[in-house]
Design a protein around this ligand. Structure first.
Ligand SMILES: *[C@@H]1O[C@H](CO)[C@@H](O)[C@H](O)[C@H]1NC(C)=O
Ligand SMILES: *[C@@H]1O[C@H](CO)[C@@H](O)[C@H](O)[C@H]1NC(C)=O
Ligand SMILES: *[C@@H]1O[C@H](CO)[C@@H](O)[C@H](O)[C@H]1NC(C)=O
Length: 972
């Protein structure tokens, strides 16, 4: 998690085989370790008992034996025991997490994805949950079932069943939601003791760099709204990690996300390695893995200094741990050979015991680490000090350096990634959507993680879906959120798979988990159903199968060729004639709506669309356009049954005003905020209003990637810290600069303001007062000029707002202003998380809504009352507003996610539980945005040609943009 502002195809059988072999080898090795560990422990104990019985009687130097000798020898032996699962674990009939009173449950006729055989096994069968575990799976012992009391039977009727989703990188409960000052426990910025350094920050504060003694367990908030939401997305287990502000941020914690009868953080833990009150291992349950956070690169760097400082902090810390370990080993050597007079106290240091444990191979190290330089540093450190890294997290450049990973000590770290998000900071600039595919082709383990609340872990499965879309094989994509993380955290003996004896963490899905909008119908944790009354949407039949995703081989190769930054400008632009063949549908703008202008049966290969200088000049069955009037040779593009749809519009993120969020020099920056400080007279003082057009940045990777994904228009408003933002601009995401033909679609689109709770702003009531004042015509200069247009209903006023109360005040304000001006005010709400609570009021007031983001999440108090949607509630904010005839559009928050707008609207429609036509869905991110913001003349907007499917589906790929505005066709 950032400390800076929160502000496709199966791989070859050979690699499968390789992975499977590695699997076996690992398992054999760990079985060996377990047996070896126990043999050691047993012989040692017998030996020490014999010695204690006989030694004193012999009256030799052994009479120096301290009275706690047995304890010391036991401690020495424990030092080298490796984490393991007790031998009788699989014979358990009940889970240690079993909750009394849980009914046994039989799920029949499910299509089971078990996670076994490298994620390739699937079969139809039954699953019996009993005692908090999967008691039986496949062909169930019916006689046993008949003897069970209070059996609950669920007929899956062929629905997909998977293991619970495992999120290997979460801050759930330590960075709480809604975010409040009182519950931010993710990072330590200060502490009483400084084992390394001390480093003094520019503010004169001492900074901790190595805080391995901190434990996420000690800060876990059990009242976070997100537990229930994440469970409703199928997440059953999370590794909660401390933040990345320190080189070593502390110890992570495995939790199951269900509520417990004890209601305590401790009760949520899964195989907690500590006994309740100490940092010592709990030997009763076998030695368990500890989890520890490390971080390199920008985040610890901002606190400590440079990368060189961070690396030294690691080496100094590991050197200290190594000294302690060596002293312990030497001590134990002496103790076990009876040289008691040469030794005194056992060398140990409570603060350092966890890091010593890393060197003893008993800790899973989770290393937040992005860039080649940092990955290389860490790999060198592992070889210098001889410990392994379980996984590199975030790890945006790992796909560029697989051999570096393979040279790490012990084994190559797994790689835990986002598939949707990149370029938010310099070290993620080379992040690629093809990273999961490339890493898996190199035999490295790929995991998708949320970094919750950076991404809402409820939608972790979506990360796997997008990784699959861009080329990760389906077996590995599902494993990436279930069995692979379970293995990497050392819990694959009980979670991450559907196998007999495993924890009863099971998800029943409404469609194939890799299909767009797959949503749980029910989620069981420890055999307990988590959703009281599941609200289930019937999904179309095609979603029951793995989507057939496009071939991205060429793009992936190019990404590697260009060291992560392949050129994104189209390589073929035609101002002449382009003929699209094999077209099944053509949708186009007509007035305020989208209409189908050509519709042929799927698979019908006769549809033809002829384009000249970016204009469609002929379309229909092949025979209609036979007389092709072309000057010069036409370019042919075979759409293989695909479609032509309107180019989509992205609004709401900083796309168009920034390259890299974390790098001020790559972005337009913040406009002066009149409620926060005095606006300089030279800017216009109190009469200033800023135009986004003047700060436009073309040619950003965000913009070009959006363009290549069919998001051809961006609308962006100036970035502000509060109330007044300024005038938005509409631009082409595919243009090279502002002066190119068609680059600017509309110089001034709307006036933008925001009403929000914030520490540095005056009250919400004062913000509404300022807005009233401006709407009553009291603005000066330019500001007054543009507000006059708003009050006359000639320009839209877009208000960024989330809380239902602030929205209600705006509805009142609109009525009040219109009562004095007699002009209808064009008011649009953006964000609008709680708008669904006032649908008829919004509809009656003729106000439009841009839902942003479309997947609501209670980040802050003013968004607390989200409409959670299925399976937690019937309908969504979108369906509620549509049912009340409100004009709704979909917006974005994050510029790197803007490219996925086509899937966002597809998802929104599939989840809404109401019937929405393809035309209406396309409108949500095109004509509706334009209408609500006031983009005129969009009749001549861009069109997007997709191969093998429609724009909204996982099986299609954007092949070309047809731009009449710019008089060209870009072919990708
Ligand atoms: C299992 O579900 C499938 C899919 O709905 C159905 O066709 C089949 O008849 C069911 N089998 C049984 C035994 O109920
Ligand atoms: C340009 O795109 C075409 C497909 O339209 C592709 O075959 C060709 O390899 C690309 N050329 C380069 C240099 O990427
Ligand atoms: C064919 O196209 C040329 C140039 O665009 C134009 O001058 C001519 O009139 C067209 N002919 C027909 C039959 O449309």
């Amino acid at each position: 998690m950032s400390t800076k502002g929160l502000l496709p195809q199966p791989i070859t059988g050979e690699i499968d085989h390789l992975l499977a072999t590695n699997d076996r080898a690992r398992r054999n090795a760990s079985t060996f370790r377990i047996i070896f560990g126990w043999v050691l422990l047993l012989t040692g104990t017998v030996f020490s008992i014999i010695r204690l019985l006989y030694a004193p009687a012999r009256n030799d130097p052994l009479s120096n034996i301290p009275i706690d000798a047995a304890e010391i020898l036991d401690k020495c032996r424990m030092l080298n025991v490796q984490p393991h699962t007790p031998a009788n674990f699989y014979e358990r009939k009940q889970s240690d997490r079993f909750q009394a009173g849980t009914n046994p449950t039989l799920i029949t006729n499910a299509t089971i994805w078990s996670g076994r055989l490298n994620g390739l096994e699937q079969f139809t069968g039954d699953v019996l949950l009993d005692g908090g575990i999967i008691r039986d799976i496949g062909d169930i012992d019916r006689e046993f079932v008949a003897r069970l009391d209070d059996l609950v039977t669920i007929d899956a009727n062929g629905a997909w069943l998977s293991p619970g989703v495992v999120d290997m990188h979460s801050h759930l409960g330590v960075h709480s939601n809604p975010g409040l000052r009182g519950s931010s426990d993710g990072n330590s910025h200060h502490g009483p003791v400084l084992p390394v350094g001390p480093f003094i920050s520019s503010l004169g504060r001492t900074i901790l760099t190595v805080t391995q003694w901190m434990r996420a367990l000690d800060g876990l908030n059990t009242h976070d709204d997100a537990y229930r939401l994440s469970v409703s997305g199928g997440v059953t287990t999370a590794l909660v990690l401390p933040g990345s502000a320190n080189a070593i941020g502390g110890q992570g914690l495995l939790i199951k996300l269900r509520p417990t009868t004890e209601r305590s953080p401790t009760a949520m833990t899964l195989e907690n390695p500590y006994s309740t009150n100490t940092s010592e291992y709990d030997p009763l349950h076998g030695l368990r893995w500890r989890q520890m956070k490390h971080a390199c690169g920008e985040n610890p760097g901002t606190l400590i200094g440079t990368r060189m400082d961070t690396t030294w902090a690691f080496r100094q810390a590991y050197d200290k741990a190594r000294q302690i370990k060596n002293a312990q080993d030497a001590y134990c050597q002496k103790a076990s050979t009876g040289k008691w007079d040469e030794i005194k106290d056992f060398p140990e240091d409570y603060q350092w015991e966890a890091l010593v444990d890393v060197l003893r191979g008993r800790v899973k190290v989770h290393n937040h680490c992005y860039e080649t330089v940092d990955l290389d540093d860490m790999v060198r450190i592992t070889n210098e000090f001889k410990f392994s890294i379980a996984a590199f997290h975030h790890a945006h450049e790992t796909y560029l350096v697989p051999s570096t990973l393979k040279s790490a000590y012990g084994h190559p770290p797994a790689v835990a990634l986002f598939s949707t998000k990149a370029r938010y900071k310099r070290e993620s600039y080379r992040g690629s959507e093809f990273a999961p595919k490339i890493l898996s082709e190199n035999g490295l383990q790929v995991i998708m993680k949320s970094d919750h609340p950076v991404l809402d872990s409820r939608y972790l499965l979506y990360e796997a879906q997008i990784a699959h879309y861009f080329g990760l094989p389906p077996n590995l994509a599902l494993a990436a959120v279930t069995s692979t993380p379970a293995e990497v955290i050392g819990e694959d003996h009980r979670i991450g798979f559907l196998k007999r004896g495993y924890d009863a963490d099971v998800v029943l899905w409404d469609s194939h988990p890799l299909s767009l909008s797959a949503t749980p119908k029910q989620v069981w944790i420890d055999g307990i159903p988590q959703i009281k009354v599941p609200h289930v949407v019937d999904k179309p039949a095609f979603l029951q199968n793995i989507p057939k995703t496009p071939d991205f081989e060429r793009e992936a190769r190019k990404t590697l060729e260009y060291d992560g930054l392949p050129p994104l400008l189209p390589n073929h632009t035609s101002e002449g004639t382009v003929v699209f063949t094999n077209v099944s549908h053509v949708y186009a703008r007509k007035g305020d709506s989208i209409v189908e202008v050509l519709g042929l049966r799927r698979g019908h290969d006769n549809g033809i669309v002829q384009v000249q200088r970016g204009e469609i000049i002929c379309m229909g069955e092949a025979s209609t356009c036979l007389e092709l009037n072309t000057t010069g040779k036409p370019t042919f593009v075979n759409l293989q049954g695909g479609s032509i749809s309107p180019g989509l519009v992205t609004f709401g993120s900083n796309l168009g005003l920034e390259d890299i969020q974390g790098e001020p020099s790559t972005k337009d920056g913040l406009v002066p905020a009149p409620l926060i400080s005095k606006v300089p007279a030279i800017v216009g003082g109190d009469g200033a209003i800023i135009r986004a057009a003047d700060g436009l940045q073309f040619f950003t990777r965000h913009a070009l990637l959006a363009y290549r994904s069919g998001i051809t228009t961006g609308i962006v408003a100036p970035q502000s810290q509060g109330l007044l933002s300024g005038l938005s601009v509409a631009f082409s995401t595919g243009s090279e600069h502002r002066l190119k033909k068609g680059a600017v679609v509309q110089n001034v689109v709307a006036v933008h303001v925001a009403i929000s709770h914030s520490d540095n702003l005056p009250s919400v009531s004062a913000q509404v007062a300022a807005l009233r004042n401006l709407l009553l015509g009291n603005g000066e200069g330019e500001l007054g000029y543009w507000f006059e247009k708003v009050t006359k209903g000639k320009l839209s006023l877009v208000v960024d707002v989330h809380s239902a109360d602030a929205i209600a005040s705006l509805i009142e304000l609109k009525r009040e202003i219109e009562g004095t001006t007699f002009h209808p005010l064009k008011l649009t709400l953006s964000g609008a998380t709680e708008s669904y609570l006032l649908p008829s009021e919004i509809s009656d007031a003729d106000i439009g809504v841009i839902l942003r983001p479309i997947r609501s999440f209670p980040s802050s108090w003013e968004m607390k009352r989200i409409s959670p949607g299925p399976p937690l509630s019937d309908g969504t904010a979108l369906s509620t507003l549509l049912a009340h005839k409100v004009t709704v559009a979909v917006g974005a928050i994050d510029p790197s996610l803007a490219r996925l707008t086509r899937f966002d609207v597809g998802w929104a429609a599939l989840t809404a539980g109401i019937s929405v036509s393809t035309e209406e869905v396309l409108a949500l991110a095109s004509v509706n945005v334009e209408k609500l913001l006031g983009v005129s003349g969009s009749q001549s907007g861009d069109l997007v040609a997709t191969q093998s499917g429609g724009l909204l589906e996982f099986n299609s790929k954007v092949a070309a943009v047809i731009s009449s505005r710019r008089g060209l066709v870009d072919i990708f």
